[in-house]
Design a protein around this ligand. Structure first.
Ligand code: IPM
Ligand code: MG
Length: 405
């Protein structure tokens, strides 16, 4: 597995290395997301179906990936491993050693979803979510790209007015392996008054801010050149440092217009006028919240993929929706977010842009033909289940017909 330094939107155009950014050596932006060996057309993919609707959407995305790859001369060998509740049931831990080892050894990882009612009351180290956090930490995937694009076909699926959402195309760059999700100290203890106290720590080292900011600047540069850094610097010390480091980096990117916004305002602005945003960079917890909010602008969380990238290992690709236990096993899930995550895997993880484009186009063709799962259904369209939607996309992957948006 060759490591290459490629980030974000158009990996092929990125330089192979980044120079150190300042004399204080701000972290160079090293995010691997393409396999470089030119002749290599065989990739090992770890599939982590997980829980709830995870297995349904992963089996469809796997077929789509295989088909798009074979049409572009790319072969995959898949290895399916347990994670989350499925792993808890099987071996008693949410991230078995074998799973993280397989993930690290592969070229890319495609995850379905984790969690479900069954494990909701487990102790925190035995919750399915713990498995996902351990996986992100284990793979060191600090940069999480969550695009939110309103497709013309789905404008009416949004709960917001057409004129507000039409044309929205933004990218949330979420820091994924730091902040309050991982900060120490954390826990629940009894204080001197005998009262229970729960606490967590929002903590960011300068290098963690620099490397995510760097990814965000590069991302913005390849998009429309606008970056909004979201923080809570009017209250939180970690945010004050965040703002200082992001501001310092801006001089390295004179072509990118940087702005700052407090997170409460950003949450409000996202529903008031989402079109003002191009690229947003923010910490782990704000990114978790704002990316869910951004997803609903587009009509359904069932549409949105994500890519999580490290600086030297395999990327992790997953839909941003959860395991939806209420509809699991009923053939009702929308597989498009996972299919589009497979496209991100090809594009950002393997540098296989043509195969990625085939998948993206196929999704548009299926939507153009009017196929809709329940979450994006509107009058006059054809309601289909998860499998049928998958089959439609698969058919369209084959066709050379360019998708008209
Ligand atoms: C997400 C999810 C996860 C997170 C959960 C399942 C741990 O909400 O990927 O956005 O909080 O990061
Ligand atoms: Mg979330």
């Amino acid at each position: 597995m060759a490591a290459a330094l490629q980030t974000n939107i158009r990996p092929a155009k990125f330089p192979a290395t980044f120079r150190a950014l300042t004399k204080q050596s701000l972290a160079p932006c090293r995010v691997r997301c393409a396999v470089t060996s030119p002749g290599k057309k065989r990739y090992n993919i770890t599939l982590l179906p997980g829980d709830g609707i995870g297995p349904e959407v992963i089996s469809i995305a796997k077929n789509v990936l295989q088909q798009a790859g074979s049409l572009e001369g790319v072969e995959f060998s898949f290895r399916e491993m347990p994670i989350g509740g499925a792993a808890l049931d099987l071996v008693g831990v949410p991230l078995p050693e074998e799973t993280i080892t397989a993930a690290k050894e592969s070229d890319a990882v495609l995850l379905g979803a984790i969690g479900g009612y069954k494990w909701d009351n487990n102790k925190k180290h035995l919750r399915p979510e713990k498995g996902l956090l351990q996986l992100r930490a284990g793979l060191k995937v600090f940069a999480n790209l969550r695009p939110a694009t309103v497709l013309p076909q789905l404008v009416d699926a949004s709960t917001l007015k057409r004129e507000v959402v039409e044309g929205v195309d933004l990218m949330v760059v979420r820091e994924l392996t730091g902040g309050i999700y991982f900060g120490e100290p954390r826990g629940i203890k009894t204080n001197e008054n005998g009262e229970e106290v729960g606490f967590n720590t929002e903590v960011y080292a300068a290098h963690e801010i620099d490397r995510i900011a760097c990814v965000a600047f590069e991302t913005a540069r390849k998009r429309r050149g606008k970056l909004c850094s979201v923080d809570k610097a009017n209250v939180l010390d970690a945010s004050i440092l965040w703002r200082k480091r992001v501001t310092a980096l801006a001089s390295e990117y004179p072509d990118v217009e940087l702005s700052h916004m407090y997170v409460d305002n950003a949450a409000m602005q996202l529903v008031r006028d989402p079109k003002q945003f191009d690229t947003i960079v923010t910490n782990n917890i704000f990114g978790d919240i704002l990316s869910d909010e951004a997803s609903m602008i587009t009509g359904s969380i069932g549409m949105l993929p994500s890519a999580s990238l490290s600086d030297s290992g395999p990327g992790l690709f997953e839909p941003i929706h959860g395991s939806a236990p209420d509809i699991a096993g009923q053939d009702k899930a929308n597989p498009l977010a996972t299919i589009l995550s497979a496209a991100m895997l090809l594009k950002y993880g393997l540098g296989e842009e043509k195969a990625a484009k085939r998948i993206e186009d196929a999704v548009l063709v299926a939507l153009n033909k009017g196929f809709r799962t329940g979450d994006i259904y509107s009058a006059g369209t054809k309601l289909v289940g998860c499998k049928e939607m998958g089959e439609e996309v698969l058919k369209s992957v084959d066709s050379q017909v360019p998708a008209s948006v």
